[in-house]
Design a binder for this molecule. Structure first.
Ligand code: 13P
Length: 256
């Protein structure tokens, strides 16, 4: 049985005070390890340490929103895996669609980041997803295949044990338009088959595939209830305890 992962991606939001109070709310809502649900929070880099202090002793995991692939050195503005670990991170998001579209990250760069993060011992949440025009042109599966092939190139099954996939259709991010449970399930099923073909069916049965894109308390249960949906990567609703905690509760209910 795959354990649900409910992850909050705060993106470029919060200031130290709001980051600390939100982290405190989450720590109070996830005080101890649970067999069925894991909770992750990914604050902006400057608030990793204050958030770490607030979630200390709780079951909430800490993750970063990006990482650079090089070892420490002359890379102005960048942050490497070792620094993230030093700040208490065990997870890192890589290849978020905003970084692909706005910053211009390529599959090749994303692959370098995945390799470096895995080599350092971080768990990678590799984000993939098609744009609306690609979906309308019937290219969804081809786009997902290309992003998976690119992102996981050269990654062995043993290394991929520390990879979580996040399916985030770009047209559903921050738009209030959510993929229907059927659309999510169909993409997740396709991603799991890709993993089965690339690795093994046994490995594919264990890998976690999260859905992201306008997840809210009122749609969480129907999305998380799909057989191949193993969690959620939540943007907007992760910025409010009274929206994020009910999403965790939806996973708890399904995990019972
Ligand atoms: P929203 O939940 O705001 O749509 O964002 C999803 C997302 O991009 C999470 O990484």
């Amino acid at each position: 049985m795959r354990r649900f992962l409910i992850a909050g991606n705060w993106k470029m939001n919060t200031v130290q005070g709001s980051a600390e109070s939100l982290a405190g709310e989450l720590a109070a809502a996830a005080t101890s390890e649970e067999a069925g649900v894991e909770v992750l929070v990914c604050p902006p880099a400057p608030y990793l340490i204050p958030v770490r202090e607030k979630i200390a002793g709780s079951a909430v995991r800490l993750g970063a929103q990006d990482v650079y692939f090089e070892a420490p050195g002359a890379f102005t503005g960048e942050i490497c895996s070792e620094m993230l670990q030093d700040c208490g991170c065990t997870f890192v998001l890589i290849g978020h669609s905003e970084r692909r579209a706005i910053i211009g990250e390529t599959d090749q760069l994303i692959n370098s980041k995945v390799r470096a993060a895995l080599a350092a011992g971080l768990t990678v949440v590799l984000c993939v997803g098609e744009q609306l025009s690609e979906r309308e042109a019937g290219q969804t599966e081809a786009v997902l295949d290309r992003q998976m092939e690119g992102g996981l190139e050269g990654i062995s099954e043993q290394e991929a044990a520390a990879v979580v996939i996040a399916y985030e259709p770009v047209w559903a991010i921050g738009t209030g338009v959510t993929a229907t449970p059927d659309q999510a399930q169909s993409a997740h099923e396709h991603l799991r088959s890709w993993v089965a073909a690339r690795y093994t069916p046994e490995f594919a049965a264990g890998i976690r595939i999260l859905y992201g894109g306008s997840v809210k308390p009122d749609n969480a249960e129907s999305l998380l209830g799909q057989p191949d949906v193993d969690g959620a990567l939540v943007g907007g609703a992760s910025l409010k305890g009274n929206l994020f905690i009910p999403i965790i509760d939806a996973a708890r209910k399904l995990a019972e």
